[in-house]
Write a protein that binds this ligand. Structure first.
Ligand code: AMP
Length: 211
């Protein structure tokens, strides 16, 4: 079954994906990670995407949809769509792409978190550039300051986690992505997961129960 993690930035979709990969053997398609990979390899797509990401804005649908279509050539089942779709145009394109591959979306998990919690979480976020695990300066500290517990890589902060960029990203979500809640409700695929004041374990258990 293919699933979508629908949520605003900072909703712990990356951590939920890690757990789903480990426990349900799913494959992750993270458009944010694919863009960052293209940016570090300085590809044409990466150079173009970076202009938008640096501002906390969404990358245009034509670029994003093309990148996802490419990915689907090698995988089209047991996927976690992490950070895609984020606009109605992307959601319609995804339905079309999957239909052509005789596949579809099974469930859409809405990770629901208040904006204030998201903002606090993202301003303190630290990321391992190697394994992508995330930490928080106050609430999820690594054992050694600025060092990843798993592979000892030096942790970084993401350029788009600067406060003014976070606000833009949250606004983009409210205006462009939130309408997808109704889109998937109409398809009877939406499962709402209340993530306010929940531990990672509690969040995952709710997803697992509905899987
Ligand atoms: P994420 O790692 O999912 O928080 O994504 C980081 C950034 O990548 C976003 O703020 C956007 O600039 C860009 N991005 C990721 N996925 C998409 C998408 N589906 N559509 C447009 N832009 C995206």
């Amino acid at each position: 079954m293919n699933i979508i993690l629908l949520c605003s930035t900072g909703s712990r979709k990356g951590i939920m994906s890690e757990l789903l990969i480990e426990k349900k053997q799913l494959i992750q398609l993270s458009t944010g990670d694919l863009f960052r990979h293209n940016i570090s390899n300085k590809t044409e797509l990466g150079v173009e995407a970076q202009k938008y990401m640096n501002e906390g804005k969404y990358v245009p649908d034509s670029i994003t949809n093309g990148m996802v279509e490419d990915f689907l050539k090698s995988n089209n089942d047991n996927l976690i769509f992490d950070g895609f779709p984020r606009t109605e145009n992307q959601a319609l394109a995804l339905d079309e792409m999957l239909k052509k591959l005789d596949s579809e979306i099974g469930k859409v998990f809405l990770l629901d978190v208040d904006d204030k919690i998201l903002f606090d979480r993202l301003t303190g976020r630290l990321i391992c550039p190697k394994c992508k695990r995330s930490y928080h300066k106050q609430t999820r500290k690594p054992k050694v300051e600025w060092v990843c517990d798993f592979d000892e890589t030096e942790l970084i902060t993401r350029a788009d986690d600067a406060p003014e960029k976070i606000s833009t990203r949250i606004e983009e979500y409210q205006s462009l992505t939130a309408p997808l809640i109704q889109f998937y409700e109409k398809q009877d695929k939406l499962v709402k997961i209340d993530c306010n004041n929940k531990t990672i374990d509690e969040m995952y258990k709710q997803i697992e129960k509905e899987f």
